[in-house]
Design a protein around this ligand. Sequence first.
Ligand SMILES: [Zn+2]
Length: 397
Amino acid sequence: MPTELAYQTDPFRWEFDAEIIEKTTLPDGRSGVVLPKTFFYPTGGGQEHDTGTLGDALVTDVLIDDAGTVVHVVDRDIMATTVHAKIDGGRRLAFMQHHSGQHLLSQAIVEALKLDTVSANINIDNPSTIDLETPLDLDVTPAENLANQILYCDLAIKSYFVDQAQIHTVSLRRPPKVSGQIRIVEIDGFDYSACGGTHCARTGMIGIVKVLRTERRAERLRIHFVCGERALKYFQSYQNIVTTVARQFDTGAEGIVQAVEKQKASTISMQKELEELRELKLILQAQQLVAQAENLESIKLITAAFRNRSPQDLRALAGQLQNEPSVVALLASYDGNKLSLVVSSADTHIRANDLIRKILAEIGGRGGGDAKLAQGGGAASEAQFAALFAKTKEYLV
Ligand SMILES: [Zn+2]
């Protein structure tokens, strides 16, 4: 038997006495109760269900079946046949503000941007969304401004039923998805929607309609927006962020953009200077290594073991050493588990790629490159790292 959907005629009744006429167990094991009439909104039409209490039991979900029967899912069995029901009014008001705000914004988009809403989602924990079918990344500010202008007019939001045969007399924004008696929600002369949801009594109650961002989703443009108290919370959190950032820059909110641009320019200049200093450091380090090189007949052998230097850094150092005549350099770094090795050779008789393969074979590592420069690595123990260059001279013969 269909439940009387009393929230449609009195969406502000958030407490009532309820008579339980049926108790059920849902296929997933949850307990449900049926009332002859209810002010609890069941999930549907892009709006989530109400929550609240029936006596001591928490109402965790509200469903409506194809026959129009509303099942209130409760967290415990209810023994009494009559209970006092309470709806979470804060949650309901947030849904009403966002649902009404969606109608208002969708019609404002039709008027300001000539685009229809193809789907909408009413959320309160995250921003609500409206999807438009357009390949363009439009500026929706004109629609946002118009929605709020209409909101300030504090128009009445009313609902009434129209028979399907007469529905053509109503200038609906979108065609109805249901048949028979169709419920119309009208923002006084501005918007007509076929909708079964809960809405504010007047547009002023929506508080504000604020678009947070737009998002491209293939051929659609998704608009994320907030209304009422949620919009206030967003404003407060954004203000908090802005104030904190402004304080860091020792300026006011209006000075942030300039301060960030200045900081960015300064960072770029420092990065450039840092790169020059790094290069200089490598040159000096290379000179130091050459000075300490071991003279072996025709070559100068350099073996250097570092800790926690990146393979790129070793390669850059090897690059400096490549310019030194007769130098064969073996540069290693170890991070406690993994060993990196770079070999450079300025001697035509010693091929860097052959040499690195022989050395890394000791630890089961791998490497490759050409005759002048090779790199590689592998897992190694502290002892293997310490003994890495022990046999180097044998390989050079
Ligand atoms: Zn609606």
